[in-house]
Structures are given as C-alpha cells and as structure tokens.
Design a protein around this ligand. Structure first.
Ligand code: BDP
Length: 686
C-alpha cells in the first residue's frame, strides 16, 4: 500500500502536466509533431508576455492563424492569447513585406522584448511564418534577437498519393486511403483538415490525390465534384489539388476493371491518339470542366507507357507529344503537367538503368513550358540505395523535378525504423557536374544551373487511415523531413531531425540524443544487409525471401561462385557513359566508385580487395548478418526511454522494433544461407 501511495505521489506531477495539455492522448501519435505539450515553467514565464496578444493583418488565413496559435499557445504556455487589432506587442502579422524578396510564400520573422513580428508580402507567407513560430516555441528556441527571412526553394512541394478509388493504397503500409470517395462530397471526414494542417505546418502546398496507375474514373464528373470538395477544404491551408490522369481517359469505358490493362477511359472516343483533333478537344473540355469546379487546380501527373499504362507511344508518338497534349489543355488556366520519366521498355535496352535516359534525352527541348519531367532519384526503382538518375543535368532545355519515395516500399514497410533523410540529402547533394562542379541535383531542380520556370519536388506519401497516420511512429519523421527538405534543401540533417524529435517526443538533452542515435544510422544499417553495395535485395519485405533471391540471383545480381554484381561500366552495359565526367570515369573504376553503389556498376570477384583491405566476400557476408544486432541496439535504446515517453507510443514503437528484430533475423539467416551456397570459405585475397 505504501509503495502504491509513493508511486501515485511520484506520478502526480506528471499526470497534472499531461492533463493540462490539449492533445488527445487516446490515439497515440495522432498529433504528429503538433502535440504542443506544456513547456517547462521557466520557459512559459519567459515567453508568456510575448505571446499573450495577437494582431492580425487581414489575410485570407486569419481564422486559421488565430485558431492554430491559440491551440499552440494554450498547450505550450498554458495561457489563452487575446486577439487585439491594436496591440503594439505580442504576435503581430503584417502584409507589408517586400514582394521581390519574399514572393508569394516567404516571410520575415523578428523577435524582440515586445513580442514577434511576422511580415509577408502575400497571405501564404503569414501561414508559414506562424507555423515556424510555433515550431520555435516547441523546440525551446528563444525569440530575442531573432531576425530571419525564409523563402521556399521549390514553388511546388507535393505529396503524391498512390491511392486507389476502392480505398486501397498501392505500397501503403498505414491502413486504408484517407479519401472516402463514397462519402464525398457530402461528408468531410475531420481527418482531411487534420491532414491539411499537418502538411501546411511543414510547407507542403500540393497533393496528387490518386495513384500513378491511374483509374480513369477520377476524371468523371461525379468524381470531380468529390475532388472539388477536398480542394475547397485544402485551399484553406494553402494546398492545391492535382490529379493523376490516365492517358486513355478520352476513350470509351473499358470492360476490364484492371487499370493496368484497361485500354479505355471515361470518354466516348475510340482512340487517345494525341494527333487526333477529337482527342485534343476532349482534353480541352475536360480541363474546362475541372477548372469550373476547381479554379486553382494544380494540374496532371502522368505515368505513360510504363508498366503497362497507356501512353502516346501506343500511337507512334513520343512522350513530348503526349505531355504537350495535356499541357495545352491546361495552359489557359495556369495548370501544369508532371510527366514521369519512370519508363520501362525492355525493347530499348536490356539494362533497365539506361532506359529513361535513352527514351527522354532525345526529347530535350520538345516539351512545352508548362511540362515538367518528374524523375525518380534513381534509374531503377526506389531501391534502398541506387546511383542517382543520370537524366539529372542531361536535359538542359527541359524542366526536371525530383520524385522521392516517402513510403517505405523497399525499406522495411511500416516495420523497420529507417530514417530516409540521410539518403535524400545525398541525392540532392549529388554533383552531376553537367555544367562543371557544383551542378548538384538540388541546384538543378531549383533552376540554378539551367533556367526552369517551374520548380517542384514530390514525395510518394506514407499516410493512411491508421490513427498515427504512418503505421510506424518513426515513419512520421520521413513525412516531416520531406516537407522541411522541400522548403529548404540546404537545411542540415541534424537541424530537421532535432526539430522533429523535440516537437514529436517532447524530449531534449540526453533523451534527444538517444532517439537521434536510433534514427541517424538506420538507413545505412538497413543497407548493409538489404542493399549491400547497391544490390537491392528487398522486394517483398517479410515474405518469401528465398524465392525472391532465387528469382533474381542470376538475372539481376549475376551471382556465381566466381563473383557478384553487374558490369555497367564502359566495358559492360555502358550505363556509366550516361554520366558526365568526372563521374563517368570514377564509376568506371571499382577503386573510385562509391562503395554504396559498387555492385550496381561492377561485377567483382569475391576476392576483390576492398578499401578496408578485406575481401568483398568478408565484408558482404558480415553486412548480411549485421542487422539483427543493430536492431537489438535500437531496442535497448528505446527501452532506456521507457519512463519518458507516453505509454501508448512507447508500446507501439517497442512492438515494431521487436517485429523488426524478428524480420531482420529471418532475413539475415536466409540471405546468409542463400548467398553462402555460392562461396567457398577459403576464398583468398589476391
Ligand atoms: C514501383 C512500385 C509500383 C509503382 C511504380 C511506379 O512497385 O507499385 O506503380 O513503382 O512508380 O516502385 O510507377
């Protein structure tokens, strides 16, 4: 009894603190990074005066700004701010910023003894400035002496949802689609607003609602009315809606329900030929219909002549003919076409890594100015690590944007803790050298190397109907990091990571470092067994490893008793020839090639001497067996935080780490066994 009493006394202050906080703890993780837990008393006192009054600038987002600030300040500082248009102190918004400097979305934020001033040239800047202020408060950053100007690096920062109309999500691991098409437009699920708010808080300003393997029905009038209801809601958060268009949409409905095979759409034509005037008229009319419902509709994303999807090549036309067809229909309204370069045509070249370049580079300069080529980071398909797509920099007269995959298709679904920001950072920092040193993917896609009117970036979303949005609580970090990176690709990894940890877990100091230690090496640890030296081994995580290995060993990895890897050098498939110098020569040379991509570019004998002085065989097998112990370390780290994390989220992460440990153990055992059959223990170094 005595023990129970002392436990209760011990818990009391914590309970009181938690009870006073606004967020609903019944759904662990539902608040994402917007938990707004009370700050320490000293901080609350220091900031209370500065945040006690709000004066508005009269923007279209006024009510949202007041609601969000009130929610944040009530949670963090435990006071309710008053709205006072004449306030000379407190949080003051104004729209008198320099438009040349701040553009549509930028802001200047200044802090002093009297409070904070957020100045913008247009409404959206105030929204982003407000979220930045709340982030600073959550992260315990002082406001005194603050003077910062922020503008986004990309104008279009998009999430791509691979959501199907039946509520399933292609490569989704967090439940069903957020969009309830059968309830729309009549009922708006409260989660729509919560989703939009979360996106706005990290700067995302566009969402493609449907799967790239597009069901043409999304362009039918009844669906467009539903889309318009979502667009109306998202507009309140400065988010535009885009749709994926099926190239065969103008055709008569198909009798087959499988969109991948459906050679038919929602129109009444018997062709989708871009040269046919009826097809052109169909797209023009469709655009007019869409813009009548959604005046700020962003545009179309298109996957054409890829993995069985219809496209202009079915009519002997090029990607440019197809993209321009849609672009011209959208042009009068300011819409854009994001045409994907993820193509898949085995007749062009047997080395799949070479295909996008071979198909798209000859079309450089042929695309209209409202077309942008949406390009995956690598030439294969979102593998855990692969070389950067050589198309970046190779099309100086075309606009190109980067597509990243936030959802963890090849990186452990919602079971593995794999923090993807370090990978994305490498991609953005990769120097293509197309116009001399410094021609990084980041600068290229921002139009700093060759002119680009459209500057955009997309991430394939990992959200779903799960209460915590992303399945794995740590997968929220990938969503967050994508948004922050899209706003500012020069932001350091540690800055973004620290902000996420502080805002999400309300920890600092040693606890923050423990969580950081779990996240930061997670991608490279995952690679050691799942993508050793660029050899992507994961296909269907947690199932059928052995069958998967057997199916791919010869064709893809060319594994034998002699060695492993694919020769893509100038002596092999010639893929390295698609890069600019000095990358080309470096990738051609096994001693210069980054080890992370070594086996993507080279076939090497098992006794190849690695920079460590050890053999490829030794390192390869050590890596294959390494993940379980690394996951165990994360389990122990997490257990050390037991008393500092709310029980719901603590248990959810623990359970997933245990599952990850089991999966990793099974994966390692099967991989060691499978590849072990090819090698002889006695392989000696040369
Ligand atoms: C692959 C996915 C597939 C997508 C495709 C794409 O497995 O589901 O449709 O990419 O990006 O990674 O189009």
């Amino acid at each position: 009894m005595k023990k129970l009493l002392s436990l209760l006394l011990f818990l009391c202050p914590i309970v009181a603190l938690r009870a006073a906080s606004a967020p609903d703890r019944t759904a662990p993780g539902a608040q994402l990074w917007l938990g707004y837990e009370p700050l320490a008393e000293a901080d609350r006192e220091a900031l209370g005066e500065s945040c006690s009054r709000i004066s508005m600038a009269g923007s279209r987002y006024d009510s949202l700004l007041v609601a969000e600030l009130t929610r944040g300040i009530e949670g963090l500082l435990q006071i309710t701010p008053t709205v006072d248009p004449r306030a000379r102190s407190g949080i003051r918004f104004s729209l008198d910023g320099d438009p040349k400097l701040l553009g549509e979305e930028g802001y200047r934020i200044r802090g002093g003894r009297n409070g904070v001033r957020i100045q913008a040239a247009a409404d959206a800047g105030l929204l982003y400035g407000m979220f930045d202020l709340l982030r600073m408060l959550q992260c315990g950053e002082g406001l005194e002496g603050l003077d910062r100007t922020e503008t986004p690096a990309y104008d279009r920062r998009l999430l791509n949802h691979w959501d199907d109309l039946d509520g399933t999500i292609e490569r989704g691991y967090a439940g069903r689609s957020l969009w309830k098409w059968d309830e729309l437009p009549g009922r708006l699920d409260p989660r729509y607003a919560a989703y939009a708010r979360a996106n706005a808080s990290i700067g995302i300003n566009g969402v493609v609602l449907n799967n790239v393997n597009a069901d043409p029905r999304i362009l039918r009038h009844d669906y467009l009315v539903k889309v318009a209801a979502l667009a109306d809601l998202f507009r309140r958060y400065h988010i535009r809606v885009y749709l994926t268009a099926n190239f065969a949409a103008p055709m008569k409905p198909s009798s087959t329900p499988d969109v991948m095979k459906a050679w038919g759409g929602v129109g009444d034509l018997d062709t989708a030929d871009p040269r046919d005037v009826r097809v052109q008229a169909w797209w023009r009319e469709k655009a007019a219909e869409i813009y009548a419902l959604i005046p700020d509709f962003g545009g179309f994303l298109v996957k054409a002549n890829s993995e069985g999807m219809p496209g202009p090549q079915d009519y002997g036309c090029t990607h440019a003919d197809g993209a321009n067809l849609l672009a011209r229909a959208l042009k009068p309204y300011g819409g854009i076409v994001m045409w994907r370069t993820f193509v898949y045509n085995p007749t062009i070249d047997p080395d799949r890594m070479k295909r996008s370049y071979l198909e798209f580079r000859p079309l450089d300069g042929a695309f209209d100015d409202n077309v942008i080529l949406q390009t995956k980071n690598g030439p294969l398909d979102f593998q855990p690590s692969e070389p950067v797509q050589p198309l970046f920099g190779a099309m100086p007269r075309s606009q190109v944007m980067l597509e990243l995959q936030i959802t963890q298709e090849y990186t452990g679904h919602a079971t593995s803790l794999v923090y993807l920001l370090p990978m994305w950072r490498r991609v953005l920092d990769f120097d293509t050298c197309c116009a001399g040193p410094g021609s990084t993917v980041s600068r290229l896609t921002r139009g700093e190397v060759y002119p680009q009117r459209i500057r955009a970036i997309a991430g394939v979303a990992n959200t779903g109907s799960d209460a915590n949005w992303t399945g794995h609580p740590f997968a929220q970090a990938n969503w967050y990091a994508f948004g922050r990176l899209a706003w500012n690709p020069d932001q350091t990894v540690s800055r973004i990571t620290h902000d996420w940890i502080r805002s999400t877990w309300q920890v600092d100091g040693e606890d923050l470092r423990v969580i950081e230690a779990m996240m930061m090496p997670s991608w490279e640890c995952f690679l050691r067994s799942s993508s050793p030296y660029g050899l992507g081994l994961t296909l269907d995580v947690a199932t059928h490893y052995r069958a998967n290995f057997a199916g791919r060993a010869g064709r893809e990895w060319q594994v034998s008793r002699e060695g492993i890897g694919t020769d893509r050098t100038s002596h092999g498939t010639g893929f390295t020839g698609q890069y600019f110098e000095p990358n080309r020569s470096c990738f051609d040379d096994a001693d210069c090639c980054p080890s992370m991509w070594l086996l993507s570019f080279h076939w090497l004998p098992w006794n190849h001497r690695m920079p460590s002085g050890r053999s490829l065989r030794e390192e390869f097998f050590e890596g294959l067996g390494s993940t379980p112990s690394l996951v165990r370390q994360n389990l122990e780290r997490w257990q050390s935080l037991r008393d500092r994390i709310d029980p719901g989220r603590y248990a959810s992460v623990l359970e997933r780490l245990q599952q990850e440990y089991d999966d990793a153990s099974r994966f390692s055992a099967e991989a060691l066994d499978f590849f072990g059959a090819y090698v002889d223990d006695a392989i000696a170094l040369p």
